[in-house]
Design a protein around this ligand. Structure first.
Ligand code: NAP
Length: 253
């Protein structure tokens, strides 16, 4: 692999590493040579992802944590450096969509969504930035959404959080890029994960969503690999503050 795209010798912290998009991104980083620390609440799934990375001759470690607990973020960031050394790459993939109709949203459900989807990516990143600054190198990748710019039903807090993630990405890039730390977001279209299970159970809706893309199909998890590796690598050094829609052209139409 060209050195431009190699992650050999780099360490990554991936939230949401127990399933779906985060898990796939962890595998992609490991395949490009990074050692990966995985965060999530479900220990069995953490260990499954580790086993899958090790089967690819990669290195991974588990860091069980509930990222909705803001108090745990400094300790989570500190513990992340224990297995493989200081963290170079952060992927903020943990997220939730409670899919409540407007009248069912409570202050608690609003807060829990905004907290995990929007506050945690910032506060976790801020813990890791001093170490990245020392090495004058860092990559932060947030996960935005079609709902960063489009509205879907029963998703008001989720849409607000993902709209926020777009602007958070630009603001983090403004703050930290001068120290060699880029911050970008991937905005996926529809990908088959636990979070989108209600969509994938509805064949008619799924076909409609696929037909709204330019490519003519919904996402496959393997579609995440190239962009994830690129944004984490030296090759993307002059790209920062961008929200890249990985959506088969959904938002282009
Ligand atoms: N799938 C799509 O089509 C799609 C499209 C656009 C954006 N996204 C975004 O992609 C990201 C990943 O979602 P996904 O689709 O891969 O869904 P998923 O399979 O449900 O993954 C969600 C991840 O978040 C973690 N998580 C949730 N609450 C947590 C908490 N309190 N503490 C720590 N980790 C927590 C889960 O781990 P544990 O349960 O083990 O804690 C899990 O690994 C989300 O930000 C989502 O908004 C997904």
């Amino acid at each position: 692999m060209s050195e431009l795209f190699s992650l050999a010798g780099k360490t990554a912290l991936v939230t949401g590493g127990t399933s779906g998009i985060g898990r796939r991104q962890a595998l992609a980083l490991a395949q490009a040579g990074a050692s990966v620390v995985l965060v999530g609440r479900r220990e069995a799934q953490l260990h499954q992802t580790i086993a899958d990375i090790e089967a690819l001759n990669g290195s991974a470690a588990a860091l069980p944590a509930d990222l909705a607990d803001r108090g745990c973020l400094p300790e989570t960031a500190a513990r992340a450096a224990i297995p493989f050394g200081p963290i170079d790459i952060l992927i903020n993939a943990a997220g939730v969509n409670l899919r409540q109709p407007p009248e069912a949203i409570t202050l608690e459900s609003w807060d829990s969504t905004l907290n995990l989807n929007l506050a945690t990516p910032f506060f976790l990143a801020r813990e890791l930035v001093p170490g990245m600054r020392k090495r004058n190198w860092g990559r932060i990748i947030n996960i935005a959404s079609l709902q960063s710019r489009r509205a879907f039903s029963n998703s008001i807090p989720y849409g607000a959080s993902k709209g926020g993630v777009s602007q958070l990405t630009r603001a983090m890039a403004e703050a930290w890029s001068r120290y060699g730390i880029t911050c970008n977001a991937i905005a996926p279209g529809f990908f088959p994960t636990e979070l989108t299970a209600p969509v994938y159970e509805n064949g008619e809706l799924l076909n409609k969503l696929a037909s709204q893309t330019a490519i003519g199909r919904n996402g496959e998890l393997s579609d995440l690999d190239g962009l994830t590796q690129f944004l984490a690598s030296p090759a993307s050094a002059y790209i920062t503050g961008q929200v890249i829609y990985l959506d088969g052209g959904f938002t282009a139409k």
